[in-house]
Design a binder for this molecule. Structure first.
Ligand SMILES: *Cc1c(COP(=O)(O)O)cnc(C)c1O
Length: 452
């Protein structure tokens, strides 16, 4: 009798179009209007591709997040994470809702000041603050979140020179059970670095210690990690009270809540699996309320939610340039937008809907961008009806990071439009022109001319 032949196991990624136990993904209903405004008209008016932001969704999301925390904790303050989307009109919607600003660079700090945010409501994070940045933050009375000891020492020197007492917090990193740990920012909790910084600040007596900060990761799907972080920060705050008799003003839990996007390779759509604000709020608020603060010492809870606050409000409208068959017979569709403006397509399977009616026939399709680069893939598998040249699509959940991380590579960046709660569309960032790009170039005189 012959032995059965060994076959090596094979692991294959699930891709859309293939059945899983929930059936096929059916994410291809047409989306012809956003907030009552026709996609076709928006593209006619502002060009394609085009970023669109729904003001209503932004405000609704803010209210939902605020309600989730305010119903569970008495003192809550949101601070808008500028790097998630720093178009001024976007920032101002959140400021109108009551959000402070959270910035991570001198450039963002200037933007927040320019938008009219009072200095004491601009939280200054990040590892790279120049002397000029620090001086400006001290003079404007902004909470400065110290990232490393070199910054702590420099800040103490500047405080002496300016004869001012800056308001500071420290960023703390810690083991929350999520790996790899984000331990490159701030001072570590477990190994005593955080206490070292606290002692140096309070005993040094040049800086006013007002808060504790952490930002444990991004696109976090695990509320329990926040409960652990909140417990560790509360432990530091209670320790400071015990050792120095000093109460801090706030505990800042940073950002990082997952949006409703779908990570590449995920089994189920993010819309079904991302924990909502209520779940994160429950984890954080319960941990703080049960930590052992006496009522008057209960710190204000600051949240720097970025991604989960804006992602769903953002859409990218685009048009089909061409279709072709790949050598293996698969259909491929080339769009007028690629990874240059949709950076997040590197790690999300963005939901993409045709913007016009279509037949019931669908096919597994590769969606490419227009760049002359092999990596310019918007979706490597998507079940779509056949789209013709000139047809439009709507890419969903693109409000976070794309309008700050986009690059000007071989093409201009598109316009951004806000669909207002007034039912009208408002241009909030113009399409770039060749002059925008070349105005910063300098041509040495001897290179001005040539003969071919
Ligand atoms: C990026 C960042 C945020 C926002 O993070 P999201 O994941 O977008 O919520 C908040 N705080 C700090 C310090 C950050 O660097």
């Amino acid at each position: 009798m012959s032995r059965l032949q060994y076959e090596r196991p094979l692991i294959q990624r699930i891709s859309s179009g293939i059945m899983n136990k929930f059936g096929t993904k059916t994410e291809y209903a047409p989306v012809s209007h956003i907030d009552g405004i026709a996609v076709k008209e928006l593209i006619e008016q502002y060009g394609s591709p085009l970023f669109v932001i729904s003001e209503k969704t932004m405000r609704d999301t803010y209210k939902e997040a605020n309600r989730a925390f305010k119903t569970r904790y008495p003192k809550v303050q949101f601070a808008w994470s500028y790097k998630t989307n720093y178009i001024n009109a976007v920032c101002n919607v959140f400021h109108q809702e009551g959000s402070w600003a959270e910035v991570v660079s001198g450039f963002e700090y200037q933007k927040a000041l320019g938008n009219g945010v009072p200095g004491n409501k601009i939280i200054f994070n990040g590892p790279d603050k120049t002397d000029a940045d620090l001086i400006s933050a001290i003079k404007n009375n902004s909470p400065i979140h110290i990232d490393h000891l070199d910054e702590l020492y420099r800040l103490s020197e500047l405080a002496e020179e300016l004869k001012m007492r800056p308001n500071v917090a420290i960023r703390v990193n810690m083991d929350t059970g999520i790996y790899p740990m984000w331990d490159r920012f701030g001072f570590n909790y477990e190994n005593g670095q955080a206490w070292d910084a606290i002692n140096k600040i309070i005993l040094g007596d040049k800086l006013e210690f007002i808060g504790l900060h952490s930002h444990i990761g991004t696109f976090m799907l695990s509320p329990s990690a926040y409960a652990i972080a909140a417990n560790k920060l509360a432990d530091l705050a209670l320790g400071i009270k015990k050792k120095f008799g000093k109460s801090i003003q706030y505990i800042d839990m940073g950002g990082g809540f997952a949006s409703k996007n779908t990570l590449k390779g995920a089994y189920l759509p993010g819309a079904d699996t991302s924990p909502g604000f209520d779940v994160f709020a429950e984890a954080i608020c319960t941990a703080l309320l049960n930590a052992g603060f006496v009522e008057k010492d209960l710190p204000m809870l600051v949240l720097e939610t970025g991604r989960a606050m804006i992602d769903e409000a953002g859409f990218l409208l685009g048009s089909v340039i061409a279709n072709k068959r790949l050598s293996d017979g698969r259909r491929s569709t080339i769009m007028d937008f690629g990874v240059n403006i949709l950076f997040t397509s590197f790690w999300y399977d963005h939901k993409i809907s045709p913007a016009q009616d279509f037949s019931t026939y669908t096919e597994d399709t590769v969606m490419y961008g227009p760049l002359c680069m092999n990596i310019d893939v918007v979706r490597d598998h998507i079940t779509l009806p056949p789209l013709k040249k000139g047809d439009h699509v709507v890419v969903h959940t693109v409000g976070a990071y794309n309008m700050t991380q986009w690059m000007q590579f071989i093409a201009m960046r598109p316009a951004v439009v806000m669909l207002g709660v007034d039912g009208k569309s408002h241009l909030i960032r113009k399409i770039e022109t060749i002059d925008n790009i070349t105005q910063n170039e300098v041509m040495p005189a001897y290179l001005k001319s040539f003969k071919l």
